[in-house]
Design a protein around this ligand. Structure first.
Ligand SMILES: [Ca+2]
Ligand SMILES: [Ca+2]
Ligand SMILES: [Ca+2]
Length: 383
């Protein structure tokens, strides 16, 4: 509050010095539930406005705007006496002749074609760094498809190419859930100082019990032998091999895109040449992924951890070849506890040593190319 003691009303509010409450900034909203200002762009005010029987909407709120309730529900006409049947026609101005402003997003309730949910939950325009593909898009959701069993939906909306059109929406699927959905009531979103987003849920309908959870939105890396455009938040190139990585609090996920048809490997935190590095060797042999967890026993020599008395700690791996080369992906623990793996700390930077062979799948063939790079790990909150 810039003025007033302790209460003030901005003097340029639309109803100051005329009929109507001075506090009103905008109107025609039914049940606005969660709002946020865009941290970028034009710092616009995004509001999720809960509808009645049929349609949910999201509005960009402007001073003095009339958002149509109860003449309209979403983009549809609304009749309070017959709320399940949108009239074919309705006024396009309010009581004072002002235009009724359309939402930027509308979606229907379950039971209608394309039905998503019953209650829109406003979110944030994304400006974090973990999910670069989400930049400038609006992350929001729906509370639940029904009142009995929490079944919230995460949604992402993309701005239209021409102003005035609706934003397109897609469901955000949850990789860490078997159903790929929240399986809980979606209550709200949060944002941290880095503008990363959090999802607040509960398994109970009301504000009771201890079934509330807070999740952080992070990239979904799938170990499938394909590196998707927005799959990994980080990448670097070493001697023609593109290295992708992502880490959570427990594991590091790595994608290697090699110009060769032979093996490709990466060593973490080498001391001299490959000596002391935790080396992960990968190759696609006859269409199948082959991997080995090694240790740099000397500057130019490495051996399988299992042969040295350690363990193979590769948790998952996949790979594929095409005419351009080889793609492999794998997951290893940040700290396997094995003395032949280097423990990696979230938030720290490490040298990497990367090599590949143009044609040979044999892990004992001398590489075609080798070089050094650096990776920096994210410091995620405990999930
Ligand atoms: Ca993948
Ligand atoms: Ca190991
Ligand atoms: Ca190792």
């Amino acid at each position: 509050m810039d003025s007033g003691d302790p209460y003030g009303i901005p003097p340029d509010n639309p109803f100051v010095s005329r009929e109507g409450r001075d506090e009103i900034f905008a109107y025609g909203l039914r049940n606005p539930f969660r709002f946020s200002f865009d941290a970028g762009g034009d710092q616009e005010l995004f509001v999720g406005d809960v509808g009645q029987n049929l349609f949910e909407e999201v509005d960009i709120v402007t001073k003095g705007g009339n958002y149509g309730w109860n003449i309209r529900e979403g983009l549809h006409c609304f009749d309070p006496a017959n709320p399940d049947q949108p009239p074919a026609e309705c006024p396009d101005t309010g009581a004072n002749g002002e235009p009724l402003l359309d939402p930027i997003i509308e979606y229907p309730h379950p039971g209608l074609p394309g039905g998503i949910g019953t209650t829109v939950i406003g979110g944030f325009v994304y400006h974090g760094s973990a999910l670069p593909g989400f930049e400038g898009r609006y992350i929001f959701g729906d509370w639940s498809t029904n009142f009995d069993q929490g079944d919230g939906t995460l949604l992402i909306a993309t701005p239209p190419s021409s102003a005035g059109e609706s934003w397109s929406i897609e469901e955000l699927r949850v990789a860490t859930s078997e159903s790929r959905r929240l399986d809980a009531f979606l209550l709200s979103f949060g944002q941290d100082a880095d503008r990363e987003l959090y999802v607040l849920t509960s398994e109970t309908l009301g504000p009771t019990g201890d079934a509330g959870k807070v999740f952080k939105l992070t990239p979904a890396v799938t170990v499938d032998g394909m590196v998707g455009e927005e799959e990994y938040p980080h990448t670097t190139e070493v001697v023609g091999v593109r290295v992708y990585w992502y880490n959570d609090a427990e594991n590091i996920y790595v994608g290697l895109v090699s110009p060769g048809k032979g093996y490709v490997d990466i060593g973490f935190d080498p001391e001299r040449r490959m000596q002391g590095a935790n080396l992960i060797l990968t190759a696609v042999k006859d269409g199948e992924i082959a991997t080995r967890d090694d240790y740099g026993v000397a500057q130019t020599n490495h051996a399988p951890d299992t042969g040295l008395g350690g363990e193979d700690n590769i948790l998952d791996a996949a790979g594929a070849e095409d005419e351009n080369g080889t793609v492999t992906e794998f997951v290893i623990p940040l700290d396997s506890g094995d003395r032949y793996d280097k423990a990696l700390e979230p938030g720290e930077s490490y040298t990497i040593i990367v090599s590949y062979h143009r044609t040979s799948d044999s892990f004992s063939t001398y590489h075609s190319e080798r070089g050094y790079g650096e990776i920096t790990l994210d410091k995620p909150v405990k999930e």
